[in-house]
Write a protein that binds this ligand. Structure first.
Ligand code: KIV
Length: 265
């Protein structure tokens, strides 16, 4: 397989071919995910929850992120790697450039930041310096305390309009991808159609250009955490990890995942 680039993903959006994204935090899973045909790995700060057992992503640091990005990068050769910029690592311009460079040097191909149009200058500065950026709107876990919990976002007209405008401004500032987390399907469809960059959904319905899930969630490893938007692919694949990941890829590509039951209206 050829190296997946942003150009590849952009082309897939144009051709209406959805692509699959999974989180990974270590070399062994990264290799397995790549061999199952997943185009993009997100080294998410969800590692706070699923690796460290934290209650949120807030305690995750740059040192944690770099360690896991290095491990994932050793496991893959063709998959595109996105690395989350953790909590407060992009609060000032100086911090942003320094920390994004650390993630790129650890092996990432692009960085992801959570938030709306207040990030315009940050994204412009990073892209001018050759660092591709993925935005993240909707439920942004680093702001869980400000949002008052893990809730669906963009439910009323004013929120939906703000989210759409934020998405457009992130694209205008130079973002090459956008993650939309936990928003009603109709809004996600509207955003995906309005933007020319690929939109990656999680709990955002089947009309996005790509789908992402947290690896541990789609393998059903945490019995206490089974949100509506997650499918337990491990159960569907009768306990075989590689089959579970391949099934996820297949269902993303034929748009049978996410189904209506995984989506918010
Ligand atoms: O950290 C993460 O895994 C994420 C996904 C939930 C999109 O940001």
């Amino acid at each position: 397989m050829k190296k997946v680039t942003l150009h590849t993903l952009q082309q897939q959006k144009l051709n209406k071919e959805p692509f699959a994204v999974l989180t990974a935090y270590d070399a062994t899973f990264a290799k397995l995910i790549e061999s199952a045909g997943v185009e993009v790995i997100l080294v998410g700060d969800s590692l706070g929850n699923v690796i460290q057992g934290q209650k949120s992503t807030v305690p995750v640091t740059m040192d944690h992120m770099c360690y896991h990005v290095e491990n994932v990068a050793r496991g893959v050769s063709t998959t595109l790697i996105i690395a989350d910029m953790p909590y407060m690592s992009y609060a000032t311009t100086e911090q942003t450039f320094h920390n994004a460079a650390r993630l790129m040097q650890a092996g990432a191909n692009m960085v992801k930041v959570e938030g709306g149009s207040w990030l315009n200058d940050t994204i412009e500065g990073l892209t001018q310096r050759g660092i591709p950026v993925c935005g993240h709107l909707g439920l942004t876990p680093q702001s869980v305390d400000a949002l008052g919990g893990y809730k669906v976002q963009g439910r009323d007209d004013a929120q939906a309009e703000k989210l759409l405008n934020d998405a457009k401004s992130l694209e205008k500032s130079g973002a090459s991808l956008l993650v939309l987390e936990c928003v009603p399907s109709a809004l996600a469809k509207k955003v995906s159609e309005a933007l020319s960059i690929p939109v990656i959904g999680i709990g955002a319905g089947s009309d996005c250009d790509a789908q992402v899930l947290v690896l541990h969630d789609m393998l059903g490893l945490n019995e206490e955490f089974q949100p509506k938007f997650v499918e337990n692919f491990m159960a569907l694949a009768k306990g075989n990890v590689k089959d579970a990941i391949e099934l996820f890829v297949k269902q993303v590509k034929d748009r049978s995942f996410p189904a209506e039951k995984h989506s918010f209206n």
